[in-house]
Write a protein that binds this ligand. Structure first.
Ligand SMILES: Nc1ncnc2c1ncn2[C@@H]1O[C@H](COP(=O)(O)OP(=O)(O)OP(=O)(O)O)[C@@H](O)[C@H]1O
Length: 275
């Protein structure tokens, strides 16, 4: 049972599955996985929203190729929509290169508004792209919302995995179900020669997932087209499931659908930070 002083985890109206995408380390491709997974889920027939919780470095608008300003109707913020995905990001409200200089309580309140005062409508999946690490924003979200499951993204390098393990342990400590680990930038196929190069080491993601007893959701190669897709606002998942360069994202999306429709994950886990 949650302790008496713990705030209740209020469900988000109309949202069936709330999935957080986190990483220990920055720059490992968490937002890249988030946008491509969102598009893949939408293309597989799911109703999808993506909340960019990386308030200090919100890259979702750029990667989804949309820079409008959301408006409010009767105190409810209307999410923007692009590539079949409903979107909300601090980048829509604070566009450009101006840094946001906010402390914890302000972040907490804006995240609550993004979850609960945005007119998400009916969604099968609301994905939350967390900021890297195990800090305030991640914890505040996890403490207040019934997270269905968490995905952790890491490269196979030991440095990234060390921090990835901390993210896994954070979710475990707050009793959020781990949907699994995604290994990004797993290897590079050299254009022209077809040679496979393990730039960040080989197999580290799978080994870590096995050691921590969480599902391994798959490897995503380092691929210049993935970077270009992000930089131009046309994520590679838009090319569809049949496109070999996008199929890894669809394979992850299918596992997420399978796990989340299975039943028990739909129930909000109880939370206790003291455990
Ligand atoms: N599989 C990949 N192949 C090629 N480039 C990639 C791949 N994954 C990510 N990138 C590129 O690496 C850079 C960092 O990715 P991204 O912004 O998704 O990381 P992140 O973990 O969300 O970073 P942070 O949260 O620290 O801002 C981006 O330029 C992105 O396009």
């Amino acid at each position: 049972m949650p302790p008496q002083n713990e705030p209740p985890k209020m469900p988000i109206d109309g949202v069936r599955n709330l999935i957080t995408i986190g990483s220990g380390k920055g720059g490992v491709g968490k937002t890249t996985v988030s946008v491509n997974l969102a598009i893949a889920l939408a293309r597989l027939g799911q109703k999808v929203g993506l909340l960019d919780a990386d308030v200090y470095g919100p890259n979702v608008p750029l990667m989804m190729g949309i820079h409008d300003t959301p408006y409010a109707v009767e105190n409810r913020i209307q999410p923007l929509e692009q590539h079949g995905v409903k979107l909300m990001s601090m980048g829509f409200l604070n566009p450009g290169d101006k840094p946001l200089i906010w402390r914890g309580p302000m972040l907490h309140s804006v995240m609550q508004q993004f979850m609960r005062q945005v007119d998400w409508g009916e969604l099968d999946f609301l994905l939350i792209d967390l900021p890297p690490g195990t800090g305030d924003v991640a914890l505040s979200l996890i403490q207040t919302a019934p997270i269905t499951g968490a995905i952790v993204v890491s490269t196979p390098s030991e440095v990234a995995l060390e921090d990835g393990r901390k993210a896994v342990l954070m979710f475990r400590q707050v009793k959020v179900e781990l949907l699994g680990l995604v290994e990004n930038m797993s290897y590079l196929i050299v254009p022209g020669t077809g040679q496979k190069v393990d730039i960040f080491g080989e197999g580290g993601g799978r080994r870590t997932a096995e050691a921590m007893d969480i599902p391994f959701l798959g490897e995503l190669p380092l691929n210049p087209q993935v970077r270009i897709g992000g930089d131009t606002g046309r994520p590679i998942a838009l090319m569809g499931e049949q496109e070999p360069q996008a199929e890894g994202f669809y394979a992850i999306a299918k596992q997420v659908i399978a796990r989340c429709s299975a039943g028990p994950l739909r129930k909000a886990p109880s939370f206790s930070i003291e455990d």
